[in-house]
Ligand binder design. Structure first.
Ligand code: AMP
Length: 306
């Protein structure tokens, strides 16, 4: 099996009530591929950075089994920069700046060896670029895509065009409401399924995630954490864990997707415990497995008798 991830690589400035990190490694493709690398290696990555992108970050990605053949480095350009500021409850954030920089002229070129990848994750980037990627692929078995309010508002038609062609859309609750025009999440899911994706995952932050597939629904809890430092990348880590597990097991049945949702939530729970990428830089198989098992313990119960 092979997994291709396309998305942003960023230098993020992050402010939370607990501290501030400046120009630290981030981006949708970064979080997705690092999260997925715990399930499948190599993870093929396509993206773009500027000459200011730290060499240490390149080495870190390589060490995590990320294949950077498709990474374009524009020596005289600047890396994508995002600045986000979280509110006290960490459930909501304001985007202070989004500087596309090298992403403004990015033309995603999928190396020939990557075009036959069986699993494709279209991380959160301009949907016009997501479409360009789709046009170069030779029929992946599963296409998962992520997006955010920035594109729902700014590139609405292009987004509607791309989601017609994908199998699984991953978005958060406010984005699902915005995209569908429905306040109720069940109704929103139905509307979005009509737009194309037969499977939809709605993330609800500290309240877990909902998986919709045809007429079925699965509700996964979030891991109850005592200390959350920085929610940045939680959604992308979720997506990486989800698609990484599906690619590893090469099983896209609904039952296996439920397990994949819990693996996605497991990796996301590590991501939010520390700043930026720190929480998922160096996990062990046992840490992941233990937390996955705890998810199972927290959410199962004996039906008893009435
Ligand atoms: P998440 O917290 O999962 O929504 O992802 C946060 C990551 O998304 C950060 O590391 C940002 O660099 C990246 N990001 C934020 N805005 C955008 C955007 N408009 N396009 C692509 N990536 C973005």
């Amino acid at each position: 099996m092979s997994l291709l991830v396309v998305g942003s690589l960023a230098l993020d400035t992050i402010e939370t009530p607990f501290g501030k990190a400046e120009r630290t490694l981030g981006g949708s493709a970064t979080f997705v591929s690092v999260a997925a690398s715990y399930f499948i290696q190599p993870v093929r990555l396509v993206g773009v950075v500027g000459g200011d992108f730290p060499k240490d970050d390149i080495e870190f990605l390589k060490d995590r089994g990320v294949d950077l053949e498709g990474l374009q480095i524009i020596e005289d350009g600047k890396t994508f920069h995002w600045h986000g500021k979280y509110h006290y409850d960490l459930n909501s954030r304001d985007t202070i700046t989004t500087e596309l920089n090298v992403f403004a002229d990015f033309d995603p070129i999928i190396p020939e060896a990557f075009q036959r990848s069986t699993y494709l994750c279209l991380g959160n980037i301009n949907p016009e670029l997501q479409k360009k990627v789709l046009l170069q692929m030779a029929g992946p078995k599963l296409i998962v895509a992520d997006t955010m309010n920035f594109w729902i508002e700014g590139k609405h038609d292009a987004l509607l065009d791309v989601i017609k062609h994908i199998n699984v859309l991953i978005i958060n609750d406010s984005e699902a409401r915005e995209l569908s025009g429905e306040a109720n999440l069940i109704k929103a899911a139905r509307r979005i399924e009509e737009m194309g994706p037969k499977t939809l995952i709605i993330k609800k932050g500290e309240h877990g995630a909902l998986l919709f597939h045809e007429n079925e629904m699965f509700s996964a809890p979030a891991y109850p954490l005592e200390s959350i430092f920085d929610p940045t990348g939680a959604g992308d880590s979720f997506a990486g864990g989800f698609i990484g597990y599906l690619a590893k097991t090469d099983d896209i049945s609904y039952e296996n997707m439920k397990r994949a949702v819990v693996y996605g939530s497991t990796i996301a729970s590590f991501a939010v415990e520390k700043f930026s990428l720190e929480g998922i830089k160096d996990l062990s198989y046992f840490e992941i497995k233990d937390r996955f098992n705890e998810f199972k313990r927290f959410s199962s119960f004996d039906a008893g008798e009435l």
